[in-house]
Design a protein around this ligand. Structure first.
Ligand SMILES: [Zn+2]
Ligand SMILES: [Zn+2]
Length: 321
C-alpha cells in the first residue's frame, strides 16, 4: 500500500511569503558560494544533497487530504481521506490520469470542520458526469455539511449542480467494513463535535489515519483503546499540531495532540512509522523541522528493542508500506 500526501497543514492552508522565499534564496546563495554549479543538473544535485530540508522543500500549505493506493490498484478507482484544500491538486491529478474516463472515488471523512471539507467545491471530478464519488463517515450531519458550504452566498455553484454521482455512506464506528478492497475500521476520537480515525488494512499492511484528535494519556482505559487501535500499524498519520506544553496547558481540550504523545502512543502500540501531520499554520518550515528533530531524539532516548521511525508529512510525500 502506498500513501500519498496532498495536504498536511492543520486548520488553515498556508504558503511561503515573499520574505520566506527571499531569506531562503539568500541563504542558498551563501551556501553555494565558491561551488562549481554551472549547470542545472549540478545545481539540482546540490539542492537535493547539501541543503537542509527546510531550505530545499516546504512542509506544504494545503489542509488535510491523504490518498491511499492499495496494492494491485484497481483501475479507475481512488481512495482518499478528507477533502481539505489538498483535494484541489488531487482532483486535478485524477482528471489528468483518467483522461476522460469515469472514475470511482472513495472519500473517508474524519469530520466536517472546514479545513477538512474546504477542498470539495474545487474538486474537479465532482464537476464531471461519469464520475462516482462515495463519501463515507460516521457523523449524521455529513451530507448537510458538504451541501451547506456550497449554499449561497458562500459559493457560486450549489452542490445540487455538481455533475458527478455523489453518495453519502454512513459507517458504524468500531465495525470493520470492506470497501474498495480495503478493510476499514473507524474509531471515535476526542475533538470538538467528535472526529473519527480510520484503520485501513490491505495485503497485510496497516495504516492508521488519526487526525484532529486529542489523546489524553492520563486516562488509562482510553489509552488502552487507542493503543489497540494503533497496534503494530505500519504507519500512523498523527495529529501533532501542538507542542506538549501547549497540549497540556493553554490548549488542553482544544482537540489536538502533540508530537510527544504521538511518539509515546506509537511506541506503546509497537507501530513501525509515525508521520507527524496537521501542522500548526503558525509554524514555518524551520519550526516543523525542529519538532521533527525533537521527536526523533525523544524516540531514541525512550527506545527499547523496538524502533519507531518518525517523519514529518509534507505535501507531495509518498510512503510505501
Ligand atoms: Zn483539522
Ligand atoms: Zn477539527
Amino acid at each position: 500500500m502506498r500513501v500519498r500526501f496532498w495536504g498536511t497543514r492543520g486548520s488553515m492552508p498556508v504558503s511561503l511569503t515573499w520574505r520566506d522565499l527571499r531569506d531562503r534564496l539568500a541563504q542558498v546563495v551563501v551556501q553555494a558560494h565558491g561551488k562549481p554549479l554551472d549547470t542545472l543538473e549540478k545545481a539540482c544535485a546540490f539542492v537535493e544533497r547539501e541543503l537542509d530540508f527546510s531550505l530545499s522543500h516546504t512542509y506544504g500549505g494545503h489542509s488535510a487530504c491523504v490518498e491511499l493506493l492499495p496494492p494491485g490498484e484497481a483501475p479507475d478507482q481512488y481512495v482518499v481521506c478528507d477533502m481539505g484544500s489538498g483535494a484541489r491538486p488531487f482532483g486535478a491529478h485524477v482528471l489528468a490520469r483518467q483522461a476522460g474516463r469515469g472514475a470511482t472515488i472513495h472519500v473517508f471523512m474524519s469530520h466536517m470542520h472546514w479545513d477538512h471539507i474546504m477542498g470539495f467545491p474545487f474538486f474537479g471530478p465532482a464537476y464531471a458526469a461519469g464520475n462516482r464519488i462515495l463519501i463515507y463517515g460516521c457523523h449524521e450531519a455529513l451530507e448537510h455539511a458538504f451541501r451547506r458550504q456550497q449554499d449561497p452566498p458562500s459559493f457560486p455553484v450549489p452542490f445540487s449542480q455538481l455533475a458527478a454521482s455523489i453518495e453519502f455512506v454512513p459507517l458504524a464506528p468500531g465495525k470493520t467494513h470492506q470497501i474498495a478492497g480495503l478493510r476499514v475500521t473507524p474509531a471515535r476520537q476526542f475533538h470538538s463535535g467528535d472526529s473519527y480515525g480510520f484503520r485501513f488494512e490491505s495485503g497485510g499492511k496497516h495504516l492508521v489515519y488519526t487526525t484532529d484528535s486529542e489523546h489524553k494519556l492520563q486516562d488509562n482505559e482510553e489509552t488502552r483503546r487507542i493503543v489497540a487501535f494503533f497496534r503494530e500499524a505500519d504507519l500512523v498519520v498523527f495529529d501533532a499540531m501542538f507542542s506538549l506544553a501547549e497540549a497540556i496547558s493553554v490548549k488542553a481540550d482544544w482537540g489536538h495532540s502533540s508530537n510527544v504523545v504521538g511518539v509515546e502512543l506509537c511506541q506503546m502500540a509497537r507501530a513501525r512509522k509515525l508521520a507527524l501531520f496537521h501542522h500548526e499554520p503558525a509554524n514555518d518550515d524551520r519550526a516543523i523541522e525542529r519538532i521533527l528533530r525533537e521527536s526523533r531524539r525523544l524516540e531514541e532516548l525512550t527506545r527499547d528493542a523496538h524502533r519507531l521511525e518518525v517523519v514529518a508529512a509534507y505535501d507531495g510525500l509518498e510512503i510505501d508500506l
